[in-house]
Design a protein. Sequence first.
Length: 227
Amino acid sequence: MNDIQRRDPDSRIKILDIGCGDGSFIKNVLTAGIDADFIGFDLSINMLKMAKNSLDCSRVQLLAADGFTMPLQPEAKFDLIHIDSVLHHLVGKTRTECVYLMDLFCKQLMDRLSKNGSLLVEEVYYDSHLFPQITSCMIFYGLKLLNFLRLDVSKIVVELLPGLEVNFLHRKQIEELFEQYGTIQLVKQTPWQVPRLYRFLLLKGLGHISYTITALQQLPSQRTQAS
């Protein structure tokens, strides 16, 4: 963010936070003294209320929306777009459909970046003892089965709430997803302790990872059209 600010020190940067939750990211940027205008989207009304209570600032606009139906002007561009733990909630009927949704979502985000803008992605990642794809399928279709059978296992595994559906990515998948859109750089990787009950999913490691993606001059679809 400081790098973006230095590129044009006389202009207030524009930041879009999708899945802003309680506004923690925006609050941290404000506390850091970054001169910016903010727009935050979240689908949870309760989270937006929490964010509004903690962000008493005229430079912050909070809206109930998601990354697919962004209530923005067509020409609106941002110097920084931030998403935290959003990708694994883009769930379709199959994992193939999930990948399609992620790709569509990412393209929309990259289209909203200014010329020198960057995307900051924070996401849950995992490592597998066997083949990562097998672990992904076990988690994805296992949750689908629990919901189909209407089984509540939250008393055994607190995190597995009824109706929960996620599609976690391993680190290589995250990187491959964004490499087609720009230059990707690892910012931070924070390992978590793997709960014992999760080990039957062949999880070797689990944690939180952050990347910045700087947009290519032309996105893949634009290069195709140009040729």
